[in-house]
Design a protein around this ligand. Structure first.
Ligand code: NAP
Length: 263
């Protein structure tokens, strides 16, 4: 299937590792020019070289902290200058602090709001004018299954990410006349450093080993395994593609059947 993405420009944030890197791999393999960002330059450069070598596509790496508005505005400007205006925003973020409500301070809430919500607002504000002028754009917000099924120890994720779903739904109505679609991805457990961190925390609480906990958690997923980051990449690619042009205002769950609610 020709997804019609070749030559278009994608910006994938928080993409030196894990989910973001998997998404960038798939988009670069589709022939897109791809900009990636994260905070650690050495990891970012390693990811850039790997992506370019693997795909032959043009890849730009820009250091940017998602909690900093000026970094994100600079990221979009550098992408536009180097690759052309952003056609596809594949929004992914760094993980928030774990903890129950009792564990969290007001500062933790402020930080999580900057990381998980205001970053989406800033990036959207920076890419939409160019999309509008080209009358084509795709906003894809990668969030978490916590949006549908809260997790006890992830209160920041459970709460703040819902704002991104509200943002996406609002944008899907406001921007559709300009040829811009907006959708949300809700992922279950995906093999990554973050996933391992969650497993380690659970193991420490339960007294089981990390290996046992990793296997036990996989058993709670109907498909019996964690997702590979590239499987999220395939979903992003389809939503962003010409074939996916009627997808707008949606929330797409990719979780191996983990979330137990119908909607
Ligand atoms: N993996 C899962 O099972 C799962 C499930 C549901 C939701 N999620 C969510 O999906 C997102 C990605 O998770 P992941 O599993 O891919 O994590 P990961 O493997 O730990 O990768 C996180 C990426 O985000 C970057 N990052 C972290 N904080 C950042 C910041 N403040 N500014 C810019 N970049 C930042 C990291 O690079 P630097 O540290 O160098 O900046 C890295 O590239 C997270 O929000 C996570 O909570 C993950």
């Amino acid at each position: 299937m020709d997804l019609g993405l070749k030559g278009r420009v994608a910006l994938v944030t928080a993409a030196s590792k894990g989910i973001g890197l998997g998404v960038a791999r798939v988009l670069a393999a589709e022939g897109m020019k791809v900009a990636i960002s994260s905070r650690t330059s050495s990891d970012l450069e390693k990811a850039r070289v790997m992506l370019e070598e693997e795909s032959g596509s043009e890849v730009l790496a820009v250091q940017a902290d998602m909690t900093r508005r000026d970094d994100l505005e600079r990221l979009v400007k550098r992408t536009a200058d180097a690759l052309g205006g952003v056609d596809v925003l594949a929004y992914n973020s760094g993980p928030p602090k774990t903890g129950t409500f009792a564990d969290l301070s007001y500062q933790d809430w402020e930080e999580a709001t900057r990381l998980l919500l205001l970053s989406a607002v800033t990036l959207t504000g920076a890419v939409v004018p160019g999309m509008r002028s080209r009358r084509w754009g795709r906003l894809v917000y990668i969030t978490s299954f916590t949006l549908k099924q809260p997790v006890a120890n992830l209160v920041l994720s459970n709460t703040v990410r819902l704002g991104v779903a509200g943002l996406s739904k609002s944008l899907s109505r406001e921007l559709a006349p300009d040829g811009i679609t907006s959708n949300v991805i809700v992922q279950g457990f995906v093999r990554s450093d973050r996933m391992l961190h969650i497993v380690e925390e659970r193991a420490a609480r339960s007294g089981a080993t990390v290996e046992e906990t990793y296997k036990e958690m996989a058993k709670t997923i109907p498909l019996g395994r964690y997702a590979e980051p590239e499987e999220l990449g395939s979903l992003v690619a389809f939503i962003a593609s010409e074939k996916g042009s009627y997808l707008n205002g949606g929330v797409f769950t990719i979780d191996g059947g983990y979330v137990s609610s119908v909607f």
